[in-house]
Design a protein around this ligand. Structure first.
Ligand code: ATP
Ligand code: MG
Length: 259
């Protein structure tokens, strides 16, 4: 399964990606996290790595080179890419967990992020996974990645929604765009929810919009305070809630845990 974690800016996408990756590892999956956010750089830290992998953009010669190749049928030579095929500096890994990054905007006036979208789309399309492997993609905030066609290369979308109405509206837009390109597995996870009462109301708002809810991660002060160091706590309430979210996703996608 290639699952894209989407949502409004700041809704908790990267946190949910890291929590889900940790839970999937505990279940015995090999997990590849794909950092498709061209602005933020801290995902490697949340995942417990000490460095960001060299972005795949460098593998194809950088943005300038990719821009020149953009009209061509493919920018990556391989027709299929297995996790183990990703060359060393572009993949950081430990204990069944790998991280790749598509590319980052590093300088002002370096041009738009379209080449990142092209590379994300092609990399994700060519990425081939075994039954015990999961790819979890940390998408950039909002919906522009749909405009760039990145989501045509994934099979499932998890929308992270927090209580503000604006987050629900972006969630709905993501849901509609994803179903518009034929993605069948689209779910929402409620995040940073402060109380059961708000959880009930938020769930009702989502269900009214025909968005299937796979779980709820309440506002967790440990998560929030660990974020000051760029980390997530190894255990706690959010970790337990994420386990339920993952179970629910695997059940719906009919994916058995390995072993
Ligand atoms: N369940 C939670 N409880 C408490 N704080 C949370 C929770 N989920 C996320 N946060 C906090 O919310 C902030 C934003 O989270 P995060 O960076 O994961 O969001 P994001 O959607 O990836 O943001 P961006 O759009 O900038 O990539 C962080 O400080 C994070 O610790
Ligand atoms: Mg993020």
């Amino acid at each position: 399964m290639k699952i894209a974690v989407c949502g409004k800016g700041g809704s908790g996408k990267s946190t949910v990606v890291a929590l889900l990756a940790n839970e999937a590892l505990k279940k015995g999956f090999q997990v590849l996290v794909v950092d498709s956010d061209e602005s933020n750089t801290g995902l490697y830290c949340l995942l417990g790595f000490d460095r960001l992998p060299v972005p795949l953009m460098e593998l194809v010669g950088g943005k300038g080179s990719l821009k020149r190749k953009m009209g061509q049928p493919g920018v990556l030579q391989e027709s299929q890419i297995a996790i183990n095929d990703i060359p060393e500096p572009h993949l950081v890994k430990r204990d069944g967990l790998g991280l790749v990054a598509i590319g980052k905007i590093l300088q002002s006036l370096e041009g738009c992020a379209c080449p990142m979208g092209v590379l994300s789309r092609e990399f994700l399309k060519k990425l081939t996974l075994k039954a015990n492997e999961l790819a979890i993609v940390d998408m950039e905030a909002g919906v522009e990645h749909f405009g760039r066609g990145v989501d045509t290369s994934i099979d499932s979308v998890l929308i992270v929604v927090e209580p503000p109405l604006e987050s629900i509206s972006v969630g709905q837009k993501i849901h509609d765009l994803a179903s518009g390109i034929g993605i069948k597995s689209i779910w929402a996870v409620m995040n940073k929810v402060p109380s059961e009462e708000i959880a009930t109301r938020l769930r009702a708002e989502l269900e009214e919009r025909h968005i299937e809810v796979v779980g709820c991660i309440y506002f967790d002060t440990d998560i929030f305070s660990s974020s000051l160091e760029g980390k997530i706590p190894p255990q706690g309430v959010a970790v337990r809630e994420t386990k339920d979210v993952l179970d629910s996703i695997l059940l719906r996608a009919d994916i058995p845990a390995p072993g």
